[in-house]
Design a protein around this ligand. Structure first.
Ligand code: SAM
Length: 177
C-alpha cells in the first residue's frame, strides 16, 4: 500500500472485529493480521469487505512466522488482544508470550513503537509484565495507573465480551525504547 505511513501487526485477531475497526479508524496504517483459525479469517474477510477496507493484509497462520519474515524496526504498533490463556500451569509453556517472542517483537518494532497486550487472566498479565520488562528494549507506559481501564482507542473484542477469564480485562501498553 504505497500511501501507508506506518505498519501495524495484530496477533491472533480471532473474528477480526478489533483489527477491522482499527483499520477503519487509521487508514494511513497498513495492518497485518495473523490468525490460524480459518473461521476467524473468514469472519475478518467479511468485516474487511463490509467496510471496503484497503489497508489490511491477512496471514492465515502463525504470527511468529510473520514476525520472522519482517525486517528490523518496521512496525509502529503490535496488538495481542486476549491471547489463548493456557492458564493451567502445565500448559503455560504454550503461551504466546515467551522470551524469544519478546526479543523478536523488540526487533521488529521501531523505537517509540507500542505493544498492547490485553488479557482477562490475572496470572497471564503478571507473566507478561515479567517477561516483557525483562527485555531492556521495553518499558511500561499505560495511559492510566488503572490497568483495568480500557485505553481510549480500545475496541472491545469478541473474546473479551465472553468474560471467560478470572479477572476484569487488564490492558498493558509497552513502548519500544
Ligand atoms: C482467545 S482468542 C482471542 C481472539 C481475539 N483477539 C479476541 O480477543 O476476540 C486467541 C486467538 O489467537 C489465535 N492464535 C493462537 N496462537 C496464535 C499464533 N501463534 N499466531 C497467531 N494467532 C494465534 C487463536 O487461533 C485465537 O483465535
Amino acid at each position: 500500500m504505497p500511501e501507508a505511513t506506518e505498519a501495524w501487526l495484530e496477533i491472533g485477531f480471532g473474528g477480526g472485529e478489533h483489527m477491522a475497526a482499527q483499520a477503519g479508524r487509521h487508514p494511513h496504517a497498513l495492518i497485518i493480521g495473523a490468525e490460524p483459525f480459518v473461521n476467524g479469517v473468514a469472519s475478518a474477510v467479511r468485516h474487511i469487505e463490509e467496510r471496503a477496507l484497503r489497508n489490511v493484509r491477512i496471514h492465515e497462520g502463525d504470527a511468529r512466522d510473520v514476525i520472522g519474515w519482517l525486517p528490523d524496526a518496521c512496525l509502529t504498533r503490535v496488538f495481542i488482544m486476549f491471547p489463548d490463556p493456557w492458564h493451567k500451569a502445565r500448559h503455560n509453556k504454550r503461551r504466546l508470550i515467551q522470551p524469544a517472542v519478546v526479543t523478536e517483537l523488540a526487533r521488529v518494532l521501531k523505537s517509540g513503537g507500542r505493544l498492547r497486550f490485553a488479557t482477562d487472566w490475572a496470572d497471564y498479565a503478571e507473566w507478561t509484565i515479567e517477561r516483557v520488562l525483562a527485555d531492556p528494549a521495553f518499558r511500561f507506559e499505560s495511559e492510566t495507573a488503572d490497568r483495568n481501564a480500557p485505553p481510549a482507542d480500545h475496541v472491545t473484542t469478541r473474546y473479551e465480551e465472553k468474560k471467560l477469564g478470572d479477572c476484569a480485562p487488564v490492558f498493558l501498553d509497552f513502548v519500544r525504547v
